[in-house]
Every structure is written in C-alpha cells, then in structure tokens.
Design a protein around this ligand. Structure first.
Ligand SMILES: [Zn+2]
Length: 226
C-alpha cells in the first residue's frame, strides 16, 4: 500500500521513454519492450553485423540485440547504462538478450564469455564496467561462465571519434592484454561489449584472445550502429 503511494508520488520511469512504469513493469515499459528496434539475425547468413568483421579476423558468429540509432530510445538506454549508473539495467538487458539468444541457439557452442574491460582508472570513476554487467546477465541466461580476470585493458586509448576503422584499430592494437591464457586455451570465447560501431575494439581484443590460445571467437554487442 505504502509502496503504491510512493510510486504515485515518485513514479519509476521507463529507462527508454521516461514515461511512468506500471507496478508490474520493470526498467522498461511494455510499449518500449515491443517497439525498441531489435536486430534479428539468422545464424551464419551474410548480414551487416558480420560484415564489420568479414575478412579481418577468423571468427564464428557476430550478433547484436538492439539497433543503435542516434536520438533513439536505444541510445537513451545505452546512455543510462554507460553514464548514469544504471548497472542493474545493464544486467536486466543482458538477461533479456541472453534469453532471446538461447532460444535462437546462436551461441550454443560458446564455452566462455569475456567482456571488453575498462581501464582501471575509468573503472574506478564509473564504479562498474558496463560491458561486464551486460555480460553477467547474458552469462546467467545462457548458463555459460563469464571470466572477468582474463582480459585487461593496460592503457587508455585516445578518443576514437572521427577515426576510421583502420585508424581506430591502430589506436587500440595494444591496449588489451590476456592475463590468464590458461583459462581460455582451446576455448570458444564470446567477446561482449555494450556498443558495436566500427568493430575495432572487438578486433583488438579478439586478436589478443586468439593469440593467447583460444581456438574460436565470436562477438556480441547489446546495441550496434549500422
Ligand atoms: Zn518506455
């Protein structure tokens, strides 16, 4: 009763459209759950997400959950996860995406998950790694272990805005390091990030993971820019 009263005074808002949520709704309203722009890919068929990696690295699967468009409700969601402290929203969306992926059998042969790490300094400022909270939700829904101590970011990259993929890759080539190669040797590693733009970050991480002995890599981003 008191909770209902509080909800009237201070309604919880949908993280995507900012409209008040009904008490039965969590994080995202029913309308947004239906209307948010989703990417529905069929395994191993040519598509624009795979095209970001084609010819650049030997990989198995690439997929993303939301279609990222500037000014969209998806951008609003990603902004909340990345800059507004909404780590629990990241877990919620990871579980949602993971449940959908499980049904589609997209990543059935993946043996472990690794999230794109933040530099320790950035991690301290933000308090959490947004890619890792998404990965936690995914790991839970997919029942695949998430390794949080395997990949480290050893240096901060300069801003990548305005750089093309080749220049971005060059900037990122040596920012990651595998610190526990034994853990991923012979594995099929699913690399997870919050947003996929050019794919340069994924590529830089994947090169290190492959070099450390993982036999297969796949990619997943919560949202991807076409
Ligand atoms: Zn909404």
């Amino acid at each position: 009763m008191f909770k209902t009263f509080l909800q009237l005074l201070y309604p919880k808002l949908c993280f995507a459209c900012q409209e008040p949520l009904f008490s039965s709704e969590e994080f995202i309203c029913t309308t947004c759950r239906i209307e948010l722009s989703r990417i529905k890919l069929v395994e191993n068929t040519p598509n624009w997400v795979r095209a970001k990696f084609d010819g650049l690295i030997d990989f198995e699967h690439a997929n993303a959950f939301f279609h990222f468009m500037p000014g969209s409700r998806v951008q609003q969601l990603m902004h909340q996860i990345k800059y507004k402290g909404a780590s629990d929203l990241g877990i919620f969306l990871g579980v949602w995406a993971g449940s959908a992926l499980k049904k589609s059998h997209f990543y059935d042969e993946v043996t472990c998950l690794v999230a794109i790490p933040l530099h320790p300094k950035r991690l301290q400022e933000r308090g959490y790694n947004q890619a890792e909270v998404i990965a936690k939700g995914l790991a839970n829904a997919l029942s695949i272990p998430l390794y949080t101590q395997v990949l480290k970011r050893i240096s901060q990259s300069n801003s990548l805005i305005g750089l093309n993929r080749a220049a971005r890759y060059e900037e990122l080539e040596n920012v990651f390091e595998v610190t526990d190669a034994a853990k991923i040797r012979g594995s099929h590693v699913l690399i997870i990030d919050d947003t996929l733009t050019t794919g340069a970050t994924f590529l830089a991480a994947a090169q290190k993971i492959r070099a450390a002995g993982a036999t297969k890599v796949s990619f997943f981003a919560l949202a991807a820019l076409k």
